[in-house]
Design a protein around this ligand. Sequence first.
Ligand code: FAD
Ligand code: FES
Length: 345
Amino acid sequence: MPISPIQQTGAVRGHFFGTVTANEWLCREHYRLTVEVRDFPRSHPGQFAQILCAPDAQTAAVPADAKSLDSPVPPWTELSWQPAQPPPHFHDRFFTGAAAYLRRPFSIADRRDRGATATTTHVCELDFIYRVIGKGTRGLESMRPGQRLSLLGPLGRGFDVSPEIGPAILVGGGVGIPPMIYLAKVLHEKKIAAMALAGAQRRDLLPLKISPGNGPPAPIPTPSLTVDEFARYGFPSMISTDDGSLGFKGYVTGMLENILTAFSTDQRKRAVIFCCGPTPMMRATAAVAAKFAVRCQVSLEQPMACGMGTCQSCIIKYQPPGQKQWVHKLTCTDGPVFRAEDILW
Ligand SMILES: Cc1cc2nc3c(=O)[nH]c(=O)nc-3n(C[C@H](O)[C@H](O)[C@H](O)COP(=O)(O)OP(=O)(O)OC[C@H]3O[C@@H](n4cnc5c(N)ncnc54)[C@H](O)[C@@H]3O)c2cc1C
Ligand code: FES
């Protein structure tokens, strides 16, 4: 199946060969991978990329017309696999070795663009924040600046950010925090007021920069400009940890309840919760949103194989608005962002 930029819900996606520019340790088990990509299409917070995580396999993924990694590779290119033929550029080691052969999905955590000029092409730097949990993320951990990285993207449907939102409440848990950083940037650009609630099991598993210049995180939930990733946009934030090692002791939904309790009816009507994190946390957030009648969008992190609507490994039960019958939806192409009330948790 050729993989090429296609029109999907008005957005282009493609197969890109980027260059790793940084792979920075953030906190225990968490890294920020920065990849420079030429002509990466417009993307939205909540969208993700399917990354080939094995350092060795990047060579195998280079198409036939790229003679070597040193030769110019187009910014995006088609994989020219023929049906009923083995992929020509993938060798045995690729399938049987210790490396991850299926791509892994990662949310876009940020992007910085340098526009095209008369003499240069458009270049963008993409950030991905990942936690090392298995074969694929161990492969990513070993990537070094200068190495080539194959990625497919931008994939899926991102958050629906309409201008009448106010305020936006970003709720991120664990590896659900990265898309919130990108979302904060876009909300700031659209001049939408926001606050962020970020939760982790323990302080050392929080991939965020807590600025000492802004004072210590409050033990009782009080929004403050403490977390750099949100403070740079003027957005206050609050931290929760399950064990109380930083900020509010308990779940992020506890803080959310406190915030919404203090909101007026009018504020609740205008507010929108944007949530990403482990399924139990998103389910609990959806329940809090329903209790206070606040709109809520969730970005599901269902395990995925293809990421492009082919393998059906990412199905969820979805209740179309106003209908009694539920249907299956694909997290990768129908989502990963859905309205919380439409998901059968
Ligand atoms: C749309 C989307 C966006 C994502 N964004 C990020 C991100 O920004 N940062 C990040 O660190 N991770 C993110 N993830 C999760 C990430 O894809 C997995 O952590 C990664 O695929 C694990 O690969 P691995 O080979 O290291 O682990 P594996 O060896 O494949 O798995 C190790 C263990 O983790 C479990 N596991 C794997 N994937 C998931 C999952 N999605 N949910 C729950 N358990 C899982 C496996 O069942 C296994 O027990 C995202 C997932 C999706 C679907
Ligand atoms: S991941 Fe293959 S269909 Fe969704």
